[in-house]
Design a protein around this ligand. Sequence first.
Ligand code: MN
Length: 202
Amino acid sequence: MAFTLPELGYAYDALEPHIDARTMEIHHTKHHNGYTNKLNAAIEGTENEGKSIEDILHHLNMDNTAVRNNGGGYYNHNLFWELLNPNDRGRLSGPLLDAVNEAFGSKDGMVEAFSKAAATRFGSGWAWLCAFPGGKVEICSTPNQDNPYMPGVGCGGYPIMCLDVWEHAYYLNYQNRRPDYIDAFFKVVNWNVVEAKYDAIK
Ligand code: MN
C-alpha cells in the first residue's frame, strides 16, 4: 500500500501570525506532497514496498538517495505537522521536563540548545530533540531530509520534536530571519504531542 499525504488536522491559517497560511499550504500541498509521491515511486516494486516508513528509514541504504531524500521528507513532515497542532498545546511538564532538566538544566536551556542547532544548520535541514530508551534526551541537527532514524545520522535517538529549517518553511514570512522563525516555532509547538512521543519511547 502506497504512502499518502496526511491531513494536517487543523486549518492552514491556524498558526497565524507565527506561521502564515500561504507557507503552510504550499509546504503541505507542494513540498510534502512531492516527497510522498516520489517516495512511492522510489519504493514501488522494491523490498521497501509495504514496510512502515520507520522500518524503511531505520534500515536504509544511505546510498539510495531517492528513498533517503523522499522517505526522510515524508517522515519528517508527518512529525512536524503533528507537533504544530494548535489544539490543547499544554506546557512542558512531567517526565519529559525531568529529562530536559537533567540534560539541559531547564526548559530554557533546552530551547536555547535546540534553537542554536536550528540556527547553525548550514543550508537546508532539521533540528531534533530525540529520546532514548531509558529516558535520556539529546539534541542534534541533520542536513537535507536526513533524520536520526537513519543509520549513522545525528544523535541516533528517536525523534520527539523537530523543526524544519529549509527556507521553504519560512521564507515568505521571515525571509532571511531564520532566528525569528525559530522563536515563532516555540509559540506554536504542541507540548502534549512532544510528551506523548517521549512517553512512548522512554
Ligand atoms: Mn519542509
